[in-house]
Design a protein around this ligand. Sequence first.
Ligand code: ZN
Length: 97
Amino acid sequence: MGGYLPFIVDGSSYRRKEVEKEGESQRIKEMLSRGQLSIPDPTTGFHHSLCARCPKCGHDSSVHRIERSGMPIIRVVFRCPICGEDFDAGVDSMFLR
Ligand SMILES: [Zn+2]
């Protein structure tokens, strides 16, 4: 019985992180479908921009180029400020900063 409770605590905190990540991916999908690359925080007014991590060096990179199909953004290319790498990122690899 001793090891049972810590297992449950770990499991639920892991699930909570997964839910937050899914929520952010969903928000990013909605932004792209509206043709937006940044979103204002309703409480602070600060604009969060779309970012992705460089696959080569792991540095946060900002949007370099986009392709649209009408209003929705269908492709986002990021450029790493450190190594200059251009890369495509899927919605699941993007985050808001
Ligand atoms: Zn890089």
